[in-house]
Ligand binder design. Structure first.
Ligand code: ADP
Ligand code: MG
Ligand code: MG
Length: 252
């Protein structure tokens, strides 16, 4: 049984009180332990797919199914989907003055798991994962994302990913705007997540730098709200060299 099975998904957003269809029948299947990469030109609908999968209420599913872990979750709230094991990283993470990063993550872990977190173990795990991400221990006590650089925000997100350990992680341009060192660190964090047995990834990206040291099973190209091509890891290199145009022409 696949972990995620998206069938003929149609998604609209409200635009000046009119509904505008953005995704026109998307199909994607992700099995446990697989890493999928989603690429495509700006405005293709990649982020829309991420938000729709996660259940953001602004993105209205008008048709199709999202089967996650054996259940059609199309009508479930984002909260329920998170509890079921879905995670989405945000392009612009929230800044919360007064809320320490460690408390935020602990709350999230408790909310998702429905269990009390044992402090000693939590602290140990947090510090271990911060080490993977080259994060100074002090960050645990700093207010969530307040005054964090772009790179630090992304690291904080990957730290959440590692601590939440979801069944499926959707990373939306986690690498955009990062310098070479930060990309390497974020990539090391994703690699750490890949070690988790059965953990699946959908990585939305423009850059191939982040993928260099990662295992990639499938690559999808999205254009105009549709997946027009699926291939293996080599498709990433091909897109990198030749762009999307060839595939857009082929699909016409
Ligand atoms: P991508 O992530 O591939 O660049 P998006 O999913 O962000 O693409 O956008 C797909 C299309 O939907 C674009 O035409 C964009 O302008 C439109 N769109 C996305 N979000 C909104 C929104 N909240 N309101 C209006 N239009 C939107
Ligand atoms: Mg399918
Ligand atoms: Mg996007």
């Amino acid at each position: 049984m696949s972990l995620l099975n998206v069938n003929n998904l149609t998604v609209s957003i409200e635009d000046d009180e009119n509904l505008k269809e953005i995704l026109h029948g998307v199909n994607i299947e992700i099995n446990k332990g697989e890493t999928h990469v989603l690429m495509g030109p700006n405005g293709a609908g990649k982020s829309t797919l991420g938000y729709a999968l996660m259940g953001n209420p602004r993105y209205i599913t008008e048709g199709g199914e999202i089967i996650f872990d054996g259940k059609n979750i199309v009508d479930e709230s984002a909260d329920k989907r998170a509890k079921a094991g879905m995670f989405l990283s945000f392009q612009n993470p929230l800044e919360v003055p007064g809320l320490p990063l460690s408390s935020f993550i602990r709350n999230a872990v408790e909310a998702v798991s429905g269990k009390r977190v044992r402090m000693m173990q939590f602290k140990k795990d947090l510090e271990k994962n911060m080490e993977v991400l080259n994060m100074d221990k002090d960050y645990a006590n700093r207010a969530l994302n307040v005054g964090f650089s772009g790179g630090e925000k992304k690291k904080a997100e990957i730290l959440q990913l590692l601590m939440l350990s979801p069944k499926l992680a959707i990373l939306d341009e986690t690498d955009s705007g990062l310098d070479v060192d930060a990309v390497r660190t974020v990539s090391a964090g994703i690699k750490e997540y890949q070690k988790k047995k059965d953990g699946a990834l959908l990585i939305i990206t423009h850059s191939t730098r982040i993928l260099e040291s990662l295992k990639v099973d499938y690559t999808h190209i999205m254009v105009d709200g549709k997946i027009i091509k699926t291939g293996d890891a080599s498709l990433v290199d091909d897109i990198n060299e030749n762009g999307f145009e060839k595939y857009i022409q082929e699909s016409k």
